[in-house]
Design a protein around this ligand. Structure first.
Ligand SMILES: O=C(O)CCC(=O)C(=O)O
Ligand SMILES: [Fe+2]
Length: 210
């Protein structure tokens, strides 16, 4: 968790973008795709400055974890120091569409457990920033992670985010140290049902989409 990544005013400014027509490349109604209930919009390029800055600032702080994870999971790909360089790799492979997104949930909405994979190129960590205040703007709507371990039952974790907090989590898999060395666990994330009110999130994914 990154506590207080954004202050309250910045959260409100980003959440308010949801209602604007311009600045997005697509609008997804989750129920139509079986993804849950609620909606989200992918930003278009150029990203709003705050979103572009978050991507550029968080990425270089995560590359050493990403590279260590890949080494431990026996994956050959390594990540360059700067986000622009990694994006160029995505774009050269045809993954050119921006993936940062704004999500909006109302009462009864939820986000099914999923993974945000959009092509061959995957940066193994992503971030989500909670833009609304639990207990004040909404009730329910907890950020949930599950880890699926080999030959074991899945385990869930709830991330107790406050408004402005971010969670950095595994996109796809992460290594876990066991008595026989590292093994790989498959991670998924989602959001439990919002019982009342309205909840907004900013999702920051570092690879672009095909
Ligand atoms: O609304 C949330 O907390 C989860 C959003 C999400 O799935 C994401 O940012 O990838
Ligand atoms: Fe997601």
């Amino acid at each position: 968790m990154l506590r207080g990544l954004l202050d309250g005013a910045a959260c409100d400014d980003v959440a308010a973008l949801y209602g604007e027509e311009a600045g997005f490349r697509s609008h997804v109604h989750m129920a139509r795709h079986g993804f849950g209930r609620g909606e989200y919009r992918y930003f278009a390029y150029p990203l709003p400055p705050l979103v572009a800055d978050l991507r550029g600032i968080l990425y270089p702080r995560l590359t050493s974890i990403a590279n260590r994870w890949h080494e431990r999971m026996g994956m050959a790909v390594r990540f360059p120091a700067e986000h622009a360089e990694f994006l160029a790799r995505c774009h050269d492979a045809g993954q050119r569409r921006p993936t940062p997104l704004l999500l909006q949930y109302g009462a009864g909405d939820y986000n099914c457990l999923h993974q945000d994979l959009y092509g061959e190129h995957v940066f193994p960590l992503q971030a989500a920033v909670l833009l609304s205040a639990p207990g004040e703007d909404f009730a329910g709507g907890e950020f949930v992670l599950t880890e699926q371990r080999p030959r074991m039952q899945s385990r869930a974790a709830v991330v107790p985010l406050a408004k402005g907090d971010a969670v950095v989590f595994a996109v796809n898999a992460r290594p876990v140290r066991g008595s026989l060395g590292d093994y790989r666990v498959t991670m998924r994330h989602g959001v439990s049902e919002i019982r009342s009110g309205r909840r907004h999130t900013l999702g920051v994914i570092f690879h672009d989409a095909a």
